[in-house]
Design a protein around this ligand. Structure first.
Ligand code: NAD
Length: 499
């Protein structure tokens, strides 16, 4: 069986801890590889060597660093099919979706090619007599990223591209569920000219994560994953004096107003609710039609579209709308939550239970589910299900619908479907959620804007990619300079004030 190790100092190396996790093929339910789980000693050694490599990389001019990323973009395009295949085989998502995963990461790399512009500091000429003042953005040193299974290409690139562009060395701890693509990215970066040691990929579980959080050399940690782990990492990383940003789970509401184009709204809900088997932090998992008449019309449009969805392995090509979920445990958890919805009184109008695919009986496939008339107190409404389950909560007024999104503990994304500009504007302005779509169901900002949720969906004060990424991965230093001709005789004993 294939053993997947780490990427250290520009080479694939075997794990030394003797601990491994299974890497599944979600479509067949078979173990297809074993991934090494790093010990604290392995992580610490990777960090020490990254710190040594960073000295030269940090001193390399930003334009040369950007050229490595430019070449990396070419190589990502060259190997797009290979990357997507490896991604689908471990994650289970369809090939077009896997290509989208690589593409959205690639776009962040493209944005980071602009590092020389983004890293320019501020300058004030003659801030005082003979005095100039300027600021510099300097790398943190060694930064680390801990990433989830659901975007094994995009999210590692969200982290590593700006970190490296800013002159840091970077330790990537990807998800142990789909470790192959992050290692392929490291190989491509080496081919693009990244010096060995600047990027280290260390596979692992809690032991490797704790080693990152406790390592004194690592100055900044970026995390994406579920909210309980995000909260844990934020607390432990901050307690150890690091700069930490953690992005967590979601329960994204889509409000459907009576004046919405109901065909558009239903199409949007099907794509945003069931695409990638619902395993997206920006998936719409709650539909909130306003008024019973809107709800009835929406459900009537949704049901046949959902019943027509094609579920299957990525190898079936474009014929498949979504694939299996990632593990048997994820499947069992989704099934448990569906049962709780039934037990707590929601109406299961599309019943995906008992779904089985001929030839793939052991795969982690789930049929699509649609609940109607769910209420705020139910587990299917309160919990992030992360599966192909869309829950409808009927609201009687716009204010009630807005209140649902506002009161939920998560605040990653939300959307409103309406033709009324006033309502859309009011919603975008008042809702306490980080990313808002107006007739756009999955409002993921492009690479040059920032991405981040509010409430329990994010911890820390800067977003991912966009200008915030350059702030997160650098420290600002401000220099006040005066040359001898500007210095007055005699010492100064009171606080300096500019003349
Ligand atoms: P997860 O929290 O289980 O794992 C994320 C990372 O944390 C992995 O690298 C994993 O190895 C590590 N980890 C897991 N348990 C740990 C522990 N006890 N201690 C230390 N580290 C641990 O998340 P997942 O299942 O891989 O991903 C799905 C979750 O990620 C969903 O909740 C989804 O909403 C969220 N997500 C959020 C965003 C966002 O930007 N807000 C984006 C994508 C995914």
């Amino acid at each position: 069986m294939e053993e997947i190790g780490h990427w250290i100092d520009g080479k694939r190396v075997a794990g030394k801890s003797g601990r491994f996790a299974d890497v599944m093929n979600p479509a067949t339910g078979e173990v297809q590889a074993k991934v090494a789980l790093a010990s604290q000693a392995e992580l610490d050694a990777a960090v020490a060597s990254a710190a040594a490599a960073q000295v030269k990389w940090g001193a390399t001019n930003p334009q040369r660093r950007a050229r490595v990323l430019m070449k990396f973009v070419d190589l990502l395009n060259r190997d797009m099919d290979k990357l997507a295949e490896a991604l689908s085989r471990e994650h289970g998502k369809t090939l077009p979706d896997a290509k989208g995963d690589v593409q959205r990461g690639l776009e962040v790399v493209e944005f980071c090619i602009g590092a020389p512009q983004m890293l320019k500091g501020e300058y004030t000429d003659s801030a005082g007599p003979g005095i100039d003042m300027y600021s510099m953005r300097q790398p943190i040193g060694v930064a680390a990223g801990i990433t989830p299974f659901n975007f094994p290409a995009m999210i590692p690139m969200w982290k590593l591209a700006p970190a490296i562009a800013c002159g840091n060395a970077f330790i990537l701890k990807p998800s142990e569920r789909d470790p192959s693509v992050p290692l392929m990215l490291a190989e491509l970066l080496q081919e693009a000219g990244l010096p060995d040691g600047v990027l280290q990929v260390v596979n692992g579980d809690k032991e490797a994560v704790d080693a990152i959080l406790d390592n004194d050399t690592i100055g900044a940690v970026g995390f994406v994953g579920s909210t309980p782990i995000a909260a844990y990492i934020y607390e432990r990383g901050c307690a150890n004096g690091k700069r930490v940003q953690c992005f967590g789970g979601a329960k994204n509401h889509m409000i459907v107003m009576p004046d919405a184009d109901m065909d558009q709204a239903a199409d949007a809900l099907v794509g945003a609710g069931y695409g990638a088997a619902g395993e997206r932090c920006m998936a719409i998992s709650v539909a909130v039609p306003v008024g019973d008449e809107t709800a009835d019309r929406l459900i009537e449009k949704l049901v046949p579209k959902i019943e027509k969805l094609k579920v299957g392995p990525y190898t079936a090509g474009n014929d498949v709308d979504y694939g299996p979920v990632v593990t048997a445990a994820a499947k069992a958890n989704i099934e448990r939550l569906v049962q709780s919805g039934i037990d707590q009184g929601a109406e299961l109008v599309v019943d995906g239970r008992g779904f089985s695919l001929q030839g793939y009986e052991n795969g982690f496939f789930l049929g699509p589910h649609l609940f109607d008339r769910a209420t705020k107190d139910m587990d299917i409404y309160r919990t992030e299900i992360f599966g192909p389950v869309l829950t409808t909560v009927r609201a009687q007024t716009y204010e009630e619908a807005l209140g649902l999104a506002m009161d939920h503990e998560y605040g990653n994304g939300t959307a409103i479907f309406t033709r009324d500009g006033d309502t859309a504007r009011d919603f975008a302005s008042r809702v306490n959620v980080g990313m808002v779509g107006i007739n756009v169901p999955i409002p993921v900002p492009l690479a040059y804007h920032t991405f981040g949720g509010w409430k329990k969906s994010a911890f820390g004060d800067l977003n991912q990619h966009g200008p915030d990424a350059f702030r997160f991965y650098t420290r600002t230093k401000t220099v006040t300079a005066r040359w001898p001709s500007g210095i007055k005789e005699g010492g100064e004993f009171s606080i300096p004030v500019m003349e």
